[in-house]
Design a protein. Structure first.
Length: 536
């Protein structure tokens, strides 16, 4: 996503506004919806509307028109539309799907296309007979000879012939009905469907599929009424009792039940999590203003890092904001903002032939080092990257002591499950069945968490981790998944000595940053010693 697009989204985000996404029908409906914020585009297909959906803010309301541009590739289309809408409703968005109109395949009204044979293989619509018939030039000539009168050629191609010429058949109507039926079958929470009809077709539309301005104005009013009447499910109501907290201890429950009425509401739970430094929709991202701002700056950092003319000072400034928050600024000798840490990790004194030769004493750690060294043979700064990997794994596993997340459950762990206090986050983790939170809890050296991550790691592991989640804790599998995670999620997004970036990419925040930094320094010192030995 472009930074300019991000800025536009941030400026326009308004949970009270109506967002309109989709194709040409969405464009027209947006014009009839006062104050609508629209990203709908003419001819937009399912894939592009999926991108539009991602920009709709949580807990807002949205109209979506989608599907008509995909009528030639209908296999799985209805299911994909359902997934897009379910993804939106899982974020608290109330969605009204606007169904495109079916077509009357026998419509004899004139279309906007000229009756010149260009779309009908040279055939022309003529009368008599009434209302018309299609005839070849030879047939028209013969009729003229037989009757002594040339038949009348219609000025415009009838709508029915336009549909035949463009390949619109009854399959189009069946496809439209399949989408409507899919979206009206329970369970489809926080979703409503309104539909245009065949009589709403605009005969002046060259495709024969668009609706008249009057029809889109009417449907905009119907959509507003529908969205205003969509009930918000309990998981998105702040005053509703939060689910899944029964397993918390009485002491932990008291931390959330601030008014002491014996009921923990969604608002109380989220506020309690915020006091612990955890955002409701994240695993462990700080909720201070600086932490939230950091999430935005991270996007800018990634964009700047890809620029050939990147400004190192600007990158350092943004990283300082992300890593240290509001207290992360201090002036350097020139009075400019600088990184808060006086002693950032350094590669000074480490030669290219240095190798880690000491570990925490864990055989698992030694095997991880050997596997990473084999896998990263041609990687620049290989041993520093291995030190970075080991430093993070030590912090995640208490020096390779734990290969499986210790389960309380804690308040955070409860949010992993679909029946817990944050089903939205559970679904993002891929946990769509009761018990998935515990079943797919953190395992391995870099804690693999959630069914979606287990599924994604299965190919690398060579094991179906969804069916065999316990295998993720085995050293041989944990080595592969940790190395793969570093390759795909850390090494391509950070520098080898940037322990703050490593931590955020592994942990989601900066939890235990001092421990991770200390681990890294110990390992870097080990590399300096082996450098001296090699030089001697």
């Amino acid at each position: 996503m472009k930074i300019s697009t991000l800025a536009t989204i941030l400026e326009q985000a308004d949970p009270d506004a109506t967002y309109v996404i989709g194709d040409g029908i969405g464009v027209s409906v947006a014009r009839s919806t006062p104050g609508a914020k629209s990203t709908a585009q003419l001819g937009a297909g399912i894939k592009s509307v999926q991108s539009q959906a991602q920009a709709v803010p949580d807990d807002s309301k949205c109209y979506i028109s989608i599907g008509s541009a995909d009528y030639k590739e209908t296999a799985g289309a209805a299911a994909n539309i359902k997934k897009i809408i379910e993804g939106m409703t899982s974020r608290g968005i109330r969605v009204v799907y606007i169904a495109f109109p079916p077509v009357d395949l026998k419509n004899v009204k004139p279309s906007s296309l000229p009756n010149d044979g260009s779309k009908t293989q040279g055939n022309l619509a003529i009368t008599p007979p009434q209302p018309y018939k299609m005839a070849t030039p030879a047939e028209i000539k013969q009729i003229t000879v037989d009757t002594g009168t040339a038949p009348k050629t219609l000025p415009q191609l009838p709508m029915a012939e336009l549909y035949k010429a463009t390949g619109i058949t009854e399959k189009y109507n069946a496809y439209r009905n399949e989408i409507v039926q899919t979206l009206t079958q329970p369970p489809m929470d926080m979703t409503a469907v309104v539909g245009l009809q065949a009589v709403d077709i605009n005969t002046k539309d060259p495709t024969g599929l668009g609706a008249t301005p009057n029809a889109t104005g009417r449907i905009a009013k119907e959509a507003k009424e529908a969205v205003d009447n969509i009930p918000v499910t309990d998981e998105f109501r702040g005053d509703a009792p939060v689910q899944g907290v029964d397993d918390l201890s009485d002491e932990e429950k008291a931390k959330f039940d601030t008014n002491g009425d014996g009921v923990i509401t969604n608002d109380e739970f989220n506020a309690g999590m915020a006091r612990q430094g955890v955002l409701p929709d994240s695993l462990d991202v700080p909720t201070s203003s600086a932490g939230a701002l950091g999430q935005v700056f991270n996007i800018i950092i990634q964009a700047l890092a890809k620029r050939e003319d990147k400004n190192r000072e600007m990158l350092d400034l943004f990283r300082s904001i992300v890593a240290q928050g509001a207290g992360g600024f201090q002036a350097n000798a020139n009075g400019d903002p600088a990184m808060h840490s006086k002693y950032p990790p350094s590669g000074e004194g480490i030669t290219s032939n240095a190798q880690l030769n000491t570990t925490s004493g864990s055989k698992a750690e030694q095997l991880l080092i050997l596997e990473a060294r084999r896998k990263w043979q041609s990687v620049k700064d290989r041993e520093i990257w291995i030190a970075a990997l080991v430093a993070q794994c030590r912090a995640e596993t208490a020096n390779f002591k734990y290969n499986t997340e210790i389960w309380g459950p804690t308040a955070i762990q409860l949010t992993y499950d679909i029946q817990g206090p944050n089903p939205k986050k559970a679904r993002r983790l891929g946990n769509d069945k009761p018990g998935d939170g515990y079943k797919y809890r953190g395992r391995g050296w870099i804690q693999l968490t959630g069914k979606a991550n287990y599924r994604a790691a299965s190919r690398v592991a060579g094991v179906d981790l969804v069916q065999n989640p316990e295998a993720a804790a085995q050293a041989s599998v944990a080595n592969k998944t940790a190395i793969h995670y570093f390759e795909t999620r850390v090494m391509n997004k950070s520098k080898p000595l940037d322990v703050v970036a490593h931590t955020k990419l592994v942990n989601g925040g900066t939890n235990a940053l001092n421990t991770r930094r200390a681990n890294f320094e110990v390992l870097l010192n080990n590399l300096r010693k082996t450098s001296q030995t090699a030089m001697a």
